[in-house]
Design a protein around this ligand. Structure first.
Ligand code: PLP
Length: 367
């Protein structure tokens, strides 16, 4: 009876969970938000009205279609899913990662990924029980093939996650290295193609060739981050089992209908993605010319850059004072020392970012 509340919490919450840090989402109100790989464009008014009309027809008193059949049919066509592959939907791809890891979390199971990469692979592994093994990327952010193959042989991972392209480095791994991982991995290999819309490369058409391959997509980075829709494609033999771990109504009626609507109008989003890619190239060239900045080419909707002069922490703070929020990665250490990540915004947002960065680096503002 003398237990304090804190004692009780420490006694009953699992130690693995006590040791975790929550995923930190910074307050962005009033700031130019270039930290989370969102599409900066909202929908044209006419499209919004048509969308609301579509939503009006939903009987919100009813449960959603647990199998999301209409939406899946549209996704198959839009994503060019091979005819004999199955589909599973998640509340964002984050939930799909969670479902995969939960289903594979036998005692002693290992989740493996190159690092640095998307932090949720590790976060979810630790919360669900498996051990996480991170294999450092090469200095050029490519997969270290011998190290990956050695770690796979050594740890026999239940699942290998490969972000293709990788976040936060922005590059596509060499397809031959990915193939080598697919050949060597004893369990599943999940290709996380969250940035597919900006990358122009995919393993979707190789699903038939690899029985242990699952391809994951999301609508988040394309302009529907608020919707929360992740998509997993692969052999029915895998997905039928994973589906038992999925909560039956994980994708609500509003997201289902909204995603269907958006896919029917996907030329709007494709156009936005093209604009974002053009802006990415402009911003990349501008950053390349900036003294004290090293920037890497990107196949995503963000750019990774390193400050070789002022510390990345100081630059992050200086940008915040100018009303611009980007992602500070320096704390991640290793190959990311001195690094920051900026999401591609509208041309006006990118111009604000660039002039604030020039100021923060102490360079004279251009023209
Ligand atoms: C952003 C991101 C995700 C998360 O996508 P959601 O569908 O919004 O959960 C998954 N993987 C990678 C590599 C990402 O960068």
């Amino acid at each position: 009876m003398t237990d304090t509340l804190e004692d009780k919490v420490r006694r009953w919450i699992r130690p693995e969970v006590l040791a975790l840090k929550s995923y930190h989402v910074p307050e962005a109100r009033g700031l130019i938000k270039l930290d989370a790989m969102e599409n900066p464009y909202s929908w044209p008014d006419a499209l919004k009205s048509a969308w609301f009309e579509r939503l009006r027809a939903i009987d919100i008193n009813r449960y959603p279609d647990a199998g999301a059949r209409a939406l899946k049919a549209r996704l198959r066509e839009a994503l060019a899913v091979p005819a004999d592959a199955a589909l599973m939907l998640g509340n964002g791809s984050d939930e799909l990662i969670q479902i995969i890891v939960l289903a594979l979390a036998r005692p002693g199971a290992v989740v493996l990924a190159p690092v640095p990469t998307f932090v949720m692979y590790q976060q979810i592994a630790l919360a669900a029980g498996p051990r996480f093994v991170g294999v450092p990327l090469r200095a050029d952010f490519g997969l270290d093939r011998p190290a990956m193959l050695a770690a796979i042989a050594n740890h026999q991972p239940a699942v290998v996650f490969l972000a293709y392209p990788n976040n936060p480095t922005g590059n596509l791994f060499d397809a031959a290295d990915v193939e080598a991982v697919l050949e060597a991995a004893p369990g599943l290999v999940v290709l996380d193609e969250a940035y597919h819309a900006f990358a122009g490369a995919s393993f979707m058409d190789r699903l038939d060739r690899h029985a242990n391959l699952l391809v994951m997509r999301t609508l988040s980075k394309q302009g529907l981050a608020g919707l929360r829709l992740g998509i997993l494609a692969g052999a029915a033999a895998w997905l039928d089992e994973l589906d038992k771990v999925r909560l039956p109504y994980n994708v609500g009626s509003l997201p289902q209908a909204s995603a269907e609507f958006a896919l029917a109008h996907r030329r709007v989003f494709d156009e936005q993605c093209r604009t974002i890619c053009e802006e990415r190239e402009r911003l990349y060239q501008a950053l390349r010319r900036l003294p004290g900045i090293t920037v890497w080419p990107s196949r995503t909707n963000f750019l990774l850059f390193r400050s070789t002069g002022r510390s990345a922490g100081e630059i992050h703070q200086a940008l915040l004072r100018d009303g611009i929020l980007i992602k500070y990665l320096d704390g991640a250490g290793g190959v990311l020392h001195g690094c920051l990540r900026v999401t591609i915004g509208t041309p006006a947002e990118n111009a604000s970012f660039l002039s604030a960065l020039q100021k923060a680096c102490g360079a004279p503002p251009a023209g």
